[in-house]
Design a protein around this ligand. Structure first.
Ligand code: AGP
Length: 609
């Protein structure tokens, strides 16, 4: 949930650290700090607040330093404050950390009893104290780090510098993400690629328990599991993302840019396999037993990705007639899950670093499930640990509120549903052809739907003053109602609930009073008549109803406002009905003056439990 960065090179480290931290701010932004090493030693500057506040406390004199570390924080232990901001220092050892040290309390007590003085309430501060006490005992830096990290439980990605080791930074990880940027006579560490993309497009993904030593001359990777130096030549990956992808390209917010990138994101995601979705299953090593013989499959995820899992459940059940169990990862991992040997487990994760989803995938794997992950970040932990991976090609998603990753996930899962149905002989050639051609048209239809943005902006006026809001949907659109509610909640801070429309009369309808905004997702399908009566129910209690539909004529006299979307195959309609809900949340949040890209209390990838 925090962002860390480091530089060892010949250039002035400060501007590089600051720019990289700005690109990492979506991971956490309640306090920040840097440490730079120039000939005279290590200088540390920290602040409460954002990177722009940090720039305000850094003296120009620091410009000569060519080695440094930086950190932007999302507080887990200790309130956002200067004391609790990173870097933390003890005995000339300086550390920045992303993750949680679960056993820090007992370690801290032990260190205090041996005379250490703490200046923060963080879990992280135990690390520099432990390293410096081992160095004082004469251990080498490698041995000290090895000793310390073997006593830490929890997750960590660390950037470390030492007064006694100038022009050098060290990096190590366990569970939390960390990449090495491979430059020419300069090397970088960062929590993710976009942070250092302007400086290099060559990266190494550090594995767990690998210690990387970075100096302006070179890098050295050593395994702390006693395997000595690790050759890394073949581990260098070149990414084809351009730095501009990390820019807003003229849009006011990353979220709006990413909403408008959905046609391209979906097209890139389905392009390779739309003609032969059944071949995709082979590419994913899903053999006959895993397709025709598949008795059940589990789909596990968090947040928006969980909503994509619920849409997929509907698609796979209807197209491939396979029972699908969907569960929220933080529940699944501790639920003693029933995993039949060889059963298929699918995790869905945009970042590939969400701690709960990773743990659920490891849990299923430990019970001999075959694991497949639908992921948007090449080389992320989920992708590296799963047996097979289907990448969504949504490109970099910077906005904390996920949009283009969601529609890309649904499109990818649609390909898998069609492939499974073909393999199981349930979808004839003509139907397959029809469904595939309608899926191929989705990017164009999303484009058409995006043209409603100004109309929806007007509509947001009615929502921005609401205390609460209801989203209703039936069947495959119930998860879309939940997704619409989540988007509004996470960026406009208006309380909202997504409900199966048929469930209202069993309680939630009590919340409806004069003027309560109710957004109904009602495209034409076999449940259309049912949802018409649900609309009547809430209208009768004074609700202000906004309907998203491809049948405006049938609804305009029954609701207060109709947002028309194009018609498509009922199983593909969620890829269109979600767009107006993303835009409605976006415009409402902008109207309320909320920080759309960095909503309060949230972070883009939740790397701690
Ligand atoms: C969605 O807008 C949120 N950012 C959040 O719910 C997110 O979907 C969830 O944290 C899962 O993230 P992942 O897809 O990267 O695993």
């Amino acid at each position: 949930m925090c962002g860390i960065v480091g530089y060892a090179g010949k250039e002035n480290a400060l501007p590089i650290l600051i720019e990289a931290l700005k690109r990492l701010e979506y991971r956490g932004y309640d306090s920040a700090g840097i440490a730079c090493q120039n000939g005279k030693g290590i200088e540390i500057y920290k602040t409460k607040g954002k990177i722009k506040d940090l720039q305000g406390v850094i003296p120009d004199s620091l410009s000569g330093a060519c080695t440094g570390l930086g950190h932007t924080r999302w507080a887990t232990h200790g309130i956002p404050s200067v004391q609790n901001a990173h870097p933390h220092c003890a005995g000339g050892v300086v550390v920045v950390h992303n993750g949680i040290i679960e056993n820090y309390r007992e370690l801290k007590l032990h260190l205090i009893s041996s005379g250490c003085e703490f200046s923060s309430d963080t879990d992280t501060e135990v690390i520099p104290h432990m390293i410096s006490s081992h160095l004082k005992k004469g251990l080498s830096f490698y041995e000290a780090v090895k000793e310390v990290t073997s006593n830490l439980s929890g997750t960590f990605a660390l950037g470390i510098m030492s007064e006694t080791d100038p022009h050098t930074i060290y990096a190590i990880r366990k569970g939390s993400p960390l990449v090495i940027g491979y430059g020419v006579e300069e090397f970088f560490i960062a929590s993710d690629i976009p942070a250092i993309l302007p400086y290099t497009n060559k990266f190494i993904y550090l594995e767990d328990k690998q210690l990387c030593k970075l100096t302006p001359r070179d890098i050295e990777i050593t395994s702390l599991n006693g395997h000595g130096c690790v050759p890394f030549g073949d581990k260098i990956v070149q990414v084809d993302w351009s730095p501009s992808m990390a820019e807003k390209n003229g849009y006011e917010h990353f979220m709006l840019k990413e909403i408008f990138e959905q046609p391209e994101a979906v097209n890139n995601t389905i392009g390779e396999w739309i003609d032969h979705p059944e071949r995709l299953l082979e590419e994913l090593n899903l053999n006959l037993k895993m397709t025709v013989g598949l008795g059940k499959l589990d789909i596990i995820a968090c947040g928006t990705s969980y909503h994509a899992a619920l849409v997929a459940q509907f698609m796979i059940k209807n197209l491939a007639r396979i029972p699908v169990h969907v569960e929220i990862a933080s529940e699944y991992r501790y639920s003693n899950p029933i995993v039949d040997k060889g059963s298929l487990f699918i995790s869905i994760t945009q970042s590939g670093e969400t701690a709960d989803t990773l743990a659920a995938q490891r849990e299923a794997k430990s019970r001999n499930a075959k694991t497949l992950t639908i992921c948007n970040v090449v080389g992320s932990t989920a992708a590296r640990e799963a047996d097979s991976v289907l990448y969504t090609r949504a490109g970099l998603e910077m906005g904390v509120a996920s949009t283009k990753a969601f529609t890309s996930q649904v499109a990818a899962l649609c390909l898998i549903s069609i492939g499974l149905s073909i393999k199981r002989g349930l979808l004839g050639v003509l139907e397959t052809k029809g469904l595939r051609s309608q899926l191929a048209k989705i990017p164009e239809l999303i484009d058409k739907t995006l043209m409603k943005t100004e109309e929806i902006k007007e509509l947001a006026n009615t929502l921005s003053h609401a205390k609460g809001c209801m989203y209703l949907g039936r069947g495959i659109h119930f998860p879309i109602a939940m997704e619409g509610a989540l988007k509004l909640k996470e960026i406009s801070y208006i309380h909202a609930e997504g409900y199966p429309a048929g469930e209202m009369k069993h309680g939630p309808i009590a919340l409806i009073e004069e003027g309560t905004p109710v957004i109904v997702v009602a495209p034409m399908n076999e449940l259309f008549e049912k949802i018409l009566s649900n609309i009547e129910e809430v209208k009768a209690r004074g609700a202000r109803v906004i309907a998203v539909t491809d049948e405006p004529e049938r609804l305009m006299h029954r609701v207060d406002y109709v947002i028309e979307i194009p018609s498509t195959h009922p199983l593909l309609s969620p890829l269109l009905s979600v767009i107006p809900l993303q835009l409605l949340a976006y415009h409402t949040a902008v109207l309320k003056g909320c920080d759309v890209d960095q909503p309060r209390n949230l972070a883009k990838s939740v790397t701690v439990e």
